[in-house]
Design a protein around this ligand. Structure first.
Ligand code: FSX
Ligand code: SF4
Ligand code: F3S
Length: 357
């Protein structure tokens, strides 16, 4: 905290940061200059703390600050401190029941690779994970017993996480566990949950299993249980940071974050990938990579002509990046394929052709 006190103390409120901030352009109440000012005055209240979640961490504020304050880092530090307190001081720990239906397990794989907190900290210090088919040792009858007992013991108190789509065609026969359809299981577990989180675009909107011609009638969680107590965290796979930041928000402020029309937390999915992208200047200068491996591609030019869908995709990938590797699809040289949007497999294809704007 000390080194950051020094940096925000230097702010003389020139508002250069607020002038370039893409989040401020979208929502006036998010104002980095004001946050630095209130910090200086030691006047950060709860509503200001909630606003910290909205910083997309794009870093556009850093080069424009004449005093080298780095508002992005100050905000990240404050937000991480609130998250840490919410996670490590919660007693009892929140209980999770995690189910997988039609999926590739990439959502779980992404969470396993999270850093800060690591999966070890998540499992041992932060949550009480009662049931997760990929992570638990139990199988068969033993697993079924654990599942039923967990629902009974934590009735009305557990958080249910759903990964993967639910096939509803032909009475749901295309995905069954222990003789029961995914539809039946989802309805039962959601009924007694205090909150349902759909992780991954498959669970949110049907994702890849729902791609045309959708032979199994795959849908997302909302189409089976409705919107009540549901939050969607899409992405294929989703960024584990957005999943954990949503849980931390609920624990810290005892309410849901604001959601958009697709039940996605606005703090994570309110802005466009394009607006936060580090290649935006090249887009505006019309400097494009024309083919993979050409001079423009090697120089890090904009990937629009290679099919990038960042212009129509809502997500915070450029700033938050993934799992401690400090990279993301465009950062690694690949166009965004729009994986956080409903029906991306149909709507965003052909993936390697420019989107019509
Ligand atoms: Fe779907 Fe999750 Fe894509 Fe895979 O399990 S969101 S196919 S990365 O991982 O459900
Ligand atoms: Fe936008 Fe994609 Fe170009 Fe980035 S690479 S500026 S997201 S079109
Ligand atoms: Fe997905 Fe595009 Fe982010 S492909 S991971 S939304 S950059």
């Amino acid at each position: 905290m000390k080194s950051f006190s020094l940096s925000f103390d230097l702010c003389f409120k020139c508002a250069s940061c607020s002038g370039v901030c893409p989040v401020k352009k979208r929502m006036d109440e998010f104002d980095p200059r004001k946050i630095m000012h209130l910090l200086h005055l030691n006047l950060i209240d709860t509503s200001m703390k909630e606003l910290l979640w909205y910083c997309a961490q794009c870093g556009k504020c850093i080069p424009v600050c004449p005093m080298d304050v780095k508002p992005k880092e100050v905000i990240r530090f404050l937000r991480d401190s609130i998250i840490e307190e919410a996670f490590f001081k919660s007693n009892p720990k929140p209980t999770f029941i995690w189910l997988q239906f039609m999926d590739c397990t990439g959502c779980t794989e992404a969470l396993l690779r999270n850093d800060n907190p690591s999966i070890r900290q998540i499992l041992l210090d932060i949550i009480n994970l009662e049931y997760h088919e990929t992570l638990m040792a139990a199988a068969g009858k033993q697993a079924e017993e654990v599942f039923s007992q967990a629902i009974e013991k934590y009735k009305g108190k557990y958080i249910c996480v759903i990964e993967g789509a639910i096939p509803v065609k032909d009475k749901g026969i295309y995905c069954k566990l222990a003789g029961k359809s995914a539809i039946e299981i989802l309805k039962k577990v959601a009924k007694h949950a205090k909150l349902v989180i759909a992780v991954g675009t498959c669970a949110c909107f049907g994702g890849i299993p729902a791609a045309v011609p959708n032979p199994t009638g795959a849908v997302g969680v909302k189409d089976v249980i409705g919107k009540n107590k549901l939050i969607n965290i899409p992405g294929c796979p989703p960024n584990p940071y957005n999943f954990l930041a949503t849980i931390a928000y609920i624990m810290a402020f005892n309410k849901f974050p604001l959601l958009d029309d697709f039940m996605r937390p606005q703090f994570a999915y309110g802005g466009l990938v394009h607006d936060y992208c580090e290649r935006l200047d090249y887009y505006e200068e019309e400097k494009f990579a024309e083919t993979f491996g050409d001079k423009g591609h090697r120089k890090g030019y904009c990937l629009y002509k290679l099919g990038c869908k960042g212009i129509i995709t809502h997500a915070n990938c450029p700033g938050i990046k993934f799992c401690g590797v400090q990279s993301w699809p465009v950062g690694a040289g690949h166009p965004c394929i729009g994986c956080t949007e409903p029906y991306f497999w149909d709507k965003m294809t052909p993936f390697y052709e420019p989107v019509k704007t």
